[in-house]
Design a protein around this ligand. Structure first.
Ligand code: C5P
Length: 404
């Protein structure tokens, strides 16, 4: 993908052992299509050399505010005017304190102060020992920096280079990449609550067996990610899948259709948008046994009887809030044939304003897909693209229709 094509990122490094992760972050940004200008403090140069960062970014690294390579000798002005965003990773406790006071005695802090505040976002990826992170001074500085317009990207938790364990690790490069990609997406769902179901369900036959389907959950996870990128608060109710949770999303794991139903209903009561991507089992084995069904050698096979599962989407779409237009419901149809006719019929049967059709067997587990949007006005094709790209297009369509 090229989610950062045409974007110019200034990657600032302040002093901290997490500087070693900045090398990988730099590569990841470039791989995604960005151009990267690295600026380092003197302390950062104790941890990683400008040679490494120059080789990875393909540009000379800046470190001094007196850099005579700039014709006007004003690198703080030139570098900040070129940038689409400034990302400080790692951002040390000391550098935060400096930013907070508007100090400007080295190039990186000077450039942050000189940035056009309305146009160039400043993102901070803190990295420090857990005691430094928890200190009231750091927490106070962070709150004030956020108030002053910086975006604090949060920290990870776990083993720290100092040997202690706790909060304060710098986020991993893929997490930082996801946040910077999100920064540039249009905020068409700002302030909205979005609820997404994803993945298959698992219907138990006995404690060791069950019935499931081939849904991978990738489309639903991509929609959750795209909705969060668009500024929504997102809850993802996921069936049994082994996908990582997209950044900034609250996830509830369930197994059966009944569990998914029970998780979704209270959340749908407060959501603005519900996207039912999950491939929910239509039926569950009646009377699942507590003990494993044993083969007795007689050649007799067990007979399975089924009960119908609740239709989560149809139930939510019939709720008062959905019918009053306060909750916008989107259904999915994973078909094997006759996509258009099946999708149109399903939209009416489920009672939803928008239904998205796709060919299930062709897309289960794949990274890309083709979508057919069906609403009361007609149909629209979203041609083959990555699931994340399709999810962003779908989110834009939802935002238009949901009046966001
Ligand atoms: O009827 P069918 O399973 O083909 O409908 C698919 C759509 O309905 C999907 O949006 C799916 O998430 C939703 N659904 C549901 N609860 C069910 C069955 C399907 O929410 N029990």
């Amino acid at each position: 993908m090229n989610d950062l094509a045409g974007k110019h990122i200034v990657l600032g490094l302040s002093g901290g052992i997490a500087c070693y992760k900045a090398a990988e972050l730099c590569r990841a940004l470039i791989k995604e299509g960005a151009t990267v200008q690295v600026v380092m403090t003197e302390a950062a140069e104790q941890f990683i050399t400008p040679v490494t960062m120059q080789a990875l970014s393909g540009r000379p690294v800046y470190g001094s505010q007196w850099d005579s390579r700039e014709p006007n000798n004003m690198p703080h002005i030139n570098l900040s005017r070129e940038a689409d965003a400034i990302l400080i990773a790692p951002c040390s406790a000391d550098f935060m304190a400096k930013l907070l006071h508007g100090r400007a005695d080295d190039l990186l802090s000077l450039m942050c102060l000189a940035r056009p505040i309305d146009r160039v976002a400043l993102l901070l990826a803190p990295a420090m020992n857990r005691e430094m992170w928890a200190h009231p001074a750091t927490q106070r500085n962070m709150a004030q920096l956020a108030d002053d317009g910086a975006t604090i990207l949060g920290v990870g938790s776990g083993y720290q280079a100092c040997g202690e364990t706790g909060d304060g690790r710098m986020l991993e490069p893929p997490e930082l990449l996801e946040d910077i990609v999100a920064l540039f997406q249009p905020k068409v769902l700002a302030g909205k609550q979005v609820l997404v179901t994803a993945g298959p369900t698992f219907e138990a036959i006995d404690p060791v067996r069950g019935i499931t389907n081939l849904s991978s959950g990738k489309m639903g996870f991509a929609i959750a990610r795209a909705a969060r990128e668009a500024g929504a608060t997102v809850t993802l109710v996921a069936g049994p899948v082994s996908l990582p949770t997209p950044r900034g999303i609250s996830r509830i794991d369930v197994k059966s259709a009944q569990q998914m139903h029970d998780a979704v209903l209270p959340l749908a009561a407060v959501a603005d948008v519900f996207v039912a991507t999950a491939a929910v089992a239509d039926w569950r084995p009646l009377n699942a046994t507590d003990q494993k069904i044993k083969k007795d050698g007689s050649g007799k096979t067990p007979t399975l009887a089924f009960a119908e599962n609740p239709d989560i989407l149809a139930t939510v779409a019939q709720s008062e809030r959905a019918r009053a237009g306060a909750l916008f419901c989107v259904g999915f149809a994973a078909e094997s044939h006759d996509l258009l006719a099946n999708a149109q019929a399903k939209r009416v049967r489920k009672g939803v304003p928008l239904l998205v059709g796709n060919i299930g067997p062709a897309t289960f587990g794949a990274e890309d897909n083709v979508l057919l949007l069906v609403d009361a006005q007609g149909t629209q094709d979203l041609p083959r693209a990555s699931k994340v790209s399709l999810a962003r297009q779908l989110v834009a369509q939802i935002a238009r229709r949901a009046g966001a």
